[in-house]
Design a protein around this ligand. Structure first.
Ligand code: SAH
Length: 245
């Protein structure tokens, strides 16, 4: 039965294409990661559902695939790292809790600064109407394009190779802005491109505290337009740099 040989050959090829014994492609390991996060009781269920559907192992090198579902940051090349799953869940939860996102039940139009390997952009795509993600390193911009092509998403994030400190006015205004790299301050372009009712979250240097997560809400009501800033816990993100490489 020649057909049978073909079937066996195809099954072998599928097994060899993925690290054996990890069961990563079945998704069971990913579901366990999400179950562990859920057990902590501090994450938004919609964010966990999005993370349950994005194969994180597709975004890291094959040699690291077995660690893809541990709660750990991993190198993605070019001296950069993919954030820990719990940090991604926490930051996206803070975005979902903004007044605009709470009212519409989603993140709306999103700007991400620091595409890296594209993992967080993929999770954002599950929660948003549109995702624009900017990366300053050409090597990672290209890697993210390849990674994102491999995963099924409701709509593909728009990737740009540019200096994210300038935002992207042509795709804005944004309901949600999220930075994956930390600067000394929040670039003015981000505030200008944040829509009324929108929320921004960015690791930022704070006097005497090192780097902390800063949440900024653009409020617009009878009192006029205001930007309200709150500081959250200390964090350690790679630096927000200017220019492209
Ligand atoms: N969200 C990413 C995490 C990437 S780490 C992921 O899921 O993999 C942060 C990224 O920010 C790095 O790739 C770094 O090159 C990028 N970065 C730093 N400064 C930047 C800038 N001004 N504009 C765009 N990207 C920047």
């Amino acid at each position: 039965m020649p057909q049978r040989h073909l079937q066996l050959a195809a099954a072998d090829a599928a097994r060899l294409a993925r690290p054996s014994g990890t069961g990563l492609d079945g998704g069971a390991v990913r579901q366990r990661m999400v179950a562990r996060l859920r057990a902590e009781g501090r994450f938004d269920e919609r964010v966990l559902a999005a993370m349950a559907s994005v194969p994180r192992h597709e975004f890291v090198d094959t040699a690291l695939a077995a660690q893809a579902y541990e709660d750990t940051a991993l190198p993605i090349g070019h001296g950069q790292t993919i954030s820990k799953p719990s940090v991604v869940a926490h930051m996206l939860g803070l975005l979902m809790a903004g007044t605009g996102a709470a009212q519409r039940g989603g993140l709306g139009r999103v700007l991400e600064i620091g595409t890296g390997c594209g993992y967080q952009a993929a999770v954002l795509a599950m929660l948003a109407r549109q995702v624009t993600s900017i990366e300053r390193l050409q090597g990672l911009y290209e890697k993210a394009q390849i990674n994102l092509h491999r995963v099924a998403l409701p709509r593909a994030p728009r990737l740009l190779w540019a200096d994210g400190r300038l935002g992207h006015a042509a795709s804005g205004p944004f309901d949600s802005i999220i930075a994956a790299a930390g600067g000394d301050d929040i670039p003015p372009a981000w505030l200008e491109q944040l829509a009324p009712g929108g929320r921004l979250i960015a690791p930022t240097a704070a006097a005497g505290r090192g780097q902390v997560l800063v949440v900024l809400d653009h409020l617009s009501d009878a009192g006029g337009q205001r930007w309200v800033r709150s500081e959250h816990e200390a964090v350690l993100f790679v630096p927000l740099k200017s220019g492209v490489v």
